[in-house]
Design a protein around this ligand. Structure first.
Ligand code: HSE
Length: 439
């Protein structure tokens, strides 16, 4: 018996998927039972780097998701529509779905997983976060005995590449972004990557799995890296940090009921932290839980082969279940029950705390007039708002202004920004040049 795949999309990930399916030797023997049955594309004329018999190809994607012969629909077209509608139609027609589409899952996960649960089919998404890095399945299965505290990830390769180059070359964001675009490391429209939106989609998915509830994407606090300057990278370096775009989901056990922080922002990370040495386009996800402690997953977060590795592994997971039969368990209407460790069946939404409630350390850089007492005034103002300073550095002048950098102890975000509002009104302060959170 073979398992028939309807592949939607033959771009980078689709091509990588076909390459694995066409070359099963020395991989898992179950791969020999997977048949690439139909491939949906936008254009039949476009030259392809994989050879496929023409009768496999169609531009009618709807025909694939409704074809009674198809067992598993693999959605690698990306974007919101028609991906969402095609996945829902496939589910409605009793097909299992494998997807790499973080944007659609982060926005429509509730709708898609409810439909899948009702239809008794699986929707697997290992490729949606971290490309080839196994992190979805570990969260669902291998780590399921843990009480997870924190998920901290570098989950966007484009921004990690830009920040790594800013760090090593001392360049500014705009020039390195332009070069990254020339070299193909950043999209012509880099918005989703550099503004943190791609990372927000991914941490929403990871948080949902780690903390067992749905996440409303608009509640994820999101800041990108456009405002990071060469000066901040240099100060961070002097203070023993690197700057990384982190996606963080953390459970606050002290609140009742326990709530979550889910956020994406550039962060000063101590050079001794395990995520500090994750450079270039690589991704890594550090998971902390009880009793596991820390476990980190590292690897290629994008690219044809790595992402296809995750897609095909999901196909094989579903094929393995289909091969041994679905088990006797069904609901009263005869719909098969799903393996609870593989399906996403959360019903409730997680409570996400406002960013003002966050308690964290901050880095801030000020341009001020250079006369006696300015550092003292800054310190007094912070102190009046309950913000305790860990270090204050003044290394020289930027133009006519003195440049003062402070790092705080843990403070409530709301207090820190109240202090900053007051500092902005001080005559001696020309500007608050930057503020960043410190891990
Ligand atoms: N644009 C993403 C990144 C890759 O730069 O990591 C796909 O998720």
């Amino acid at each position: 018996m073979g398992f028939k795949i309807g592949l939607l999309g033959l771009g980078t990930v689709g091509t990588g998927t076909v390459q694995i399916l066409q070359d099963p030797a020395q991989r898992h023997p179950l791969l020999q039972e997977i048949e690439l049955y139909r491939v949906g594309v936008k254009s039949l004329e476009k030259p392809r780097s994989v050879s496929l018999s023409p009768e496999l190809l169609t531009t009618n994607l709807e025909e694939i998701v409704t074809d009674p012969a198809v067992d598993i629909v693999v959605e690698v077209i990306g974007g919101l529509e028609p991906a969402r509608s095609l996945m829902l139609k496939a589910i409605e027609h009793g097909k299992h779905v494998v997807t790499a589409n973080k944007a659609a899952i982060a926005r429509y996960g509730a709708e898609i997983f409810t439909a899948a649960e009702n239809a008794g089919v699986y929707v697997l998404l290992e490729a949606a976060v971290g490309g080839g890095i196994p992190v979805i399945e570990p969260l669902k299965q291998s780590l399921c005995s843990n009480r997870i505290h924190t998920v901290t990830g570098i989950v966007n390769g484009t921004t990690n590449y830009i920040l790594t180059r800013m760090q090593t070359e001392g360049g500014d964001f705009d020039e390195i972004l332009a070069d990254a675009q020339q070299l193909g490391y950043a999209e012509a429209d880099p918005t989703a990557d550099v503004d943190g939106l791609d990372a927000a989609d991914k941490i929403a998915i990871l948080a949902s799995l780690a903390f067992g509830g749905r996440i409303k994407l608009p509640e994820v606090h999101c800041e990108g890296i456009r405002q990071i300057s060469a000066a901040d990278i240099a100060y961070a370096e002097k203070l023993g940090f690197v700057i990384k775009l982190l996606a963080i989901a953390k459970r606050d056990f002290s609140a009742t009921p326990a709530h979550l922080q889910v956020r994406v922002h550039p962060t000063l990370v101590s050079k001794t932290h395990p995520l500090a040495s994750v450079n270039d386009v690589y991704n890594a996800i550090l998971i902390e839980g009880d009793p596991i402690g820390q476990v980190m997953f590292f690897g290629p977060g994008a690219g044809s082969g790595p992402t296809a590795s995750a897609v095909v592994s999901d196909i094989l997971n579903i094929a393995a279940i289909l091969k041994v039969g679905r088990g006797a368990a069904t609901r009263s209407d005869g719909t098969p029950l799903l393996d609870p460790l593989l399906a996403c069946s959360h019903q409730d939404y997680c409570t996400i705390a406002s960013i003002d409630e966050l308690v964290t350390r901050f880095y801030a850089r000020f341009l001020t007039q250079d006369y006696p007492g300015v550092i003292g005034k800054l310190g007094t103002c912070f102190g009046n708002h309950d913000v305790s300073l860990e270090s204050v550095v003044q290394t020289g002048l930027r133009g006519d202004s003195a440049e003062i950098v402070v790092v705080t102890h843990d403070v409530r975000e709301g207090n820190f920004y109240e202090a900053l509002s007051e500092i902005r009104t001080m005559e001696a302060v020309s500007s608050v040049a930057s503020t960043l959170r410190v891990l």
